[in-house]
Design a protein. Structure first.
Length: 195
């Protein structure tokens, strides 16, 4: 597998998650993520990964069509989208699809979710790629983007020709996994006692 710049899952440079394992397990329970979902996430991966570039085109088209979302990638110096930054994030975003479908909800995966959260928050945004773009992705957009990230996956799953019941289960598993991750990403936006 080709190395992806800034992709640090499992590396020593990623700080330990600031929550206890029991708290993570409670979040899994809160989104009703179970063993069956893990099987269906892997099945979704068989469908999504060969088409990940098409999926990323849909997501990038959505972000690019909304100036308030594209603003996260705009250079301060000239107000134009930073194509290098967009490309670097896209490669990691594709790998995120793979990581989500692989369902490796272990300590390294958990640690990396907090790193992803920091990369959206002013405490860490722009540092991975050394860019001078917007310093912060507002929490409201991070949460709201759950909808397009979840809804746009369903047509890809449905086009697989799998039975409708399997499509429903794959889509439900994807939804649970995305909500779980975004819940973890909100950490830097809150006070520890409020998380």
């Amino acid at each position: 597998m080709t190395a992806i710049a800034g992709y640090t899952l499992g590396q020593d440079s990623v700080p330990r998650a600031p929550i206890r394992w029991q708290e993570f397990e409670e979040l899994e329970q809160s989104v009703a993520l179970g063993e069956e979902d893990l099987r269906y996430l892997r099945l979704a991966g068989e469908i999504l990964l060969p088409r990940v570039e098409e999926l990323l085109d849909v997501w990038y088209g959505f972000v690019g069509s909304h100036p308030h979302l594209l603003a996260a990638f705009v250079r301060k110096e000239d107000g134009k989208p930073d194509e290098r930054y967009l490309a670097a994030v896209r490669r990691r975003f594709g790998r995120w699809v793979e990581d989500t479908c692989a369902a490796r909800f272990d300590q390294a995966w958990l640690d990396y979710q907090f790193e992803i959260g920091r990369r959206h928050h002013r405490s860490g945004k722009n540092r991975t790629d050394g860019v001078a773009a917007a310093e912060h992705v507002p929490l409201r957009h991070l949460v709201a983007l759950i909808a397009p990230i979840v809804l746009t996956v369903r047509p890809f799953l449905a086009q697989s020709g799998r039975p409708a019941e399997e499509v429903d289960k794959m889509h439900a598993a994807w939804t649970k996994a995305v909500v779980l991750q975004v819940a973890l990403w909100t950490w830097p936006y809150t006070r520890p006692e409020d998380f």
